[in-house]
Ligand binder design. Structure first.
Ligand code: KIV
Ligand code: ZN
Length: 500
């Protein structure tokens, strides 16, 4: 294992600066607890002087007794620093613009004055017995000589750690490496880096800085933050692990943390997001899936497995999936499939594929279980021929079903509180009300509005005999009807064969 790199999480500060994101205190507390469980070293909980709510959130987080150090952001003004100290933080992160463009248009002070203010503020924080981090904002657009001078001045004033922010995300890995190396040789205090993702280089730049000697990395969960966001915690941590560096992050909680932050911030994760995205370990059928089924390392980095980060590997079966591949996947998962059932399973997969649905391995296993559990057509007591369901905001949901029951054609109709209820009432009507549905459960197997619905029903006949069956489909009405009919057919078959 190589050097140990500290992880400074700023999801609750820079992450909360994502356009459109504003977290209530209770959400910030939930995220802080999760970050602590994840094992980050520092949690930047917010900007205490920004509002009353923000002050309360930082103070509550600082008093939760978490293992991580709690940090609060402050401009270099006494009021901001006092607010952070009053919020009971372990560390105050003070920042000041240093690049020509920012100094001219924002702070409007001379470079010497900026150094003097910085030194005074570091001393002020330290006099209160609190740790201090200093950021030269827009460092990557600041002249190196000046940067060295200001960082040296705050080091001499007793700062605990300096941060080098790539505020507008214009760094590139080789240039950033050189910059951090030069600063590393010039300073004694630990160096932390804060990279924005404007050119999609935040993770690469963060990693380059580590190679150049940085001691700490600033990251946000899912890479949220100002504009294009910050370096993503999950990417940086996984990369550091893969390259032999040590962090205190418990990688098995990465996906859990990512999902929580996605849910509470409302910032949706793209499916192709590295490490934590829905597709991060998904393989479409074909050469890749074939290789992965043999050995996942053929088409995955290998050094990080889905289990290591709390994820799942998925094989997505497209409409081009072959019979052979489907058979192999089922057999590998322990299913014994006869040729007739396999044909039906393949047909169902292709039917879903033609409708544009991605069929995951979980979908496949559900389809297989349903088909393997079906009564053969010639032995069925009931066969559904046609179903018509009408529903709408001004219409009472109504279902009409045409079927063959014990060799006789029948048509029934019923109304209900919704389309599923109306259909199930029409089905029981079809059977002369001789059965009762005693249990009904519906689960969506994978996400999305086109998810495969998995329906379980238990029915009871007049003699009190019960049977549970299952059906699956993207149409919830049809899946519900099929589940009841499957149960009825089983029950009838069992009676016919005299088995109990
Ligand atoms: O991007 C930036 O420069 C910042 C500072 C407050 C460190 O977020
Ligand atoms: Zn930032």
């Amino acid at each position: 294992m190589g050097r140990e790199i500290a992880v400074f999480d700023t999801t609750l500060r820079d992450g909360e600066q994502t356009p459109g994101v504003s977290l209530p205190v209770s959400y910030k507390i939930q995220i802080a607890k999760q970050l602590d469980k994840l094992g980050v070293d520092v949690i930047e909980a917010g900007f205490p002087s920004a509002s009353k709510g923000e002050f309360e959130a930082v103070k509550e987080i600082a008093n939760l007794g978490l293992n991580a150090k709690i940090c609060g952001l402050a401009r270099m003004v006494k009021g901001d620093i006092d607010a952070a100290i009053k919020a009971d933080v372990d560390m105050v992160h003070i920042f000041i613009p240093t690049s020509k463009i920012q100094v001219e248009h924002t702070i409007k002070k001379s470079r010497e004055e900026i150094i003097e203010i910085s030194v005074e503020c570091v001393e002020y924080v330290k006099d209160h017995g609190v740790e201090c981090m200093f950021s030269a904002m827009d460092a990557t657009r600041t002249e190196m000589d000046y940067l060295k001078r200001i960082y040296k001045a705050v080091e001499e004033a007793g700062v605990d750690i300096v941060n080098v922010p790539d505020t507008v995300g214009i760094a590139t890995p080789f240039k950033f490496y050189d910059m951090i190396k030069e600063l590393r040789e010039h300073l004694k205090v630990p160096i932390d880096v804060h990279c924005h993702n404007d050119f999609g280089l935040a993770t690469a730049n963060t990693y380059a800085a580590v190679l150049a000697g940085a001691n700490e990395v600033q990251v946000t969960v899912n890479g949220i933050g100002e504009r294009a966001g910050n370096a993503a915690l999950e990417e940086v941590v996984a990369l550091l692990y893969a390259e032999g560096f040590k962090t205190n992050v418990r990688m098995e909680y990465l996906v859990e943390t990512s999902r929580l932050v996605e849910r509470l911030t409302g910032v949706k994760l793209p499916p192709n997001k590295p490490i934590v995205g829905e597709n991060a370990f998904s393989h479409e059928s074909g050469i890749h899936a074939h290789g992965v089924l043999k050995d996942a390392r053929t088409f995955e980095p290998g050094i990080i497995t889905p289990e290591m980060v709390g994820h799942k590997r998925r094989i997505v079966i497209g409409k081009h999936a072959g019979r052979h591949q489907i058979k192999k996947m089922l057999e590998d998962a322990g299913y014994v499939v006869d040729e007739e059932s396999l044909t039906k399973i393949v047909e169902k997969v292709k039917e879903l594929g033609d409708k544009g649905k991605k069929v995951t391995d979980l979908d496949l296993f559900t389809i297989a279980e349903v088909i393997l559990g079906e009564v053969r057509k010639e032995e069925r007591a009931v066969n559904i021929e046609e179903v018509t369901v009408i529903t709408g905001n001004k219409i009472t949901p109504t279902a009409v079903i045409n079927a063959e029951v014990m060799g006789r054609k029948k048509v029934t109709s019923a109304i209900g509180v919704g389309p599923v209820d109306a259909s199930l009432k029409a089905v029981t009507e079809l059977l002369g009300k001789k059965i009762k549905i005693t249990e009904f459960r519906m689960d969506a197997i994978t996400g999305g509005s086109d998810a495969l619905a998995d329906v379980y029903v238990t029915i009871k006949d007049e003699s009190g005999e019960t049977f549970t069956a299952r059906a699956a489909g993207t149409d919830i009405v049809m899946a519900s009807i099929d589940a009841v009919i499957n149960a009825v057919n089983y029950l009838m078959l069992r009676k016919k064969k005299g088995r109990r």
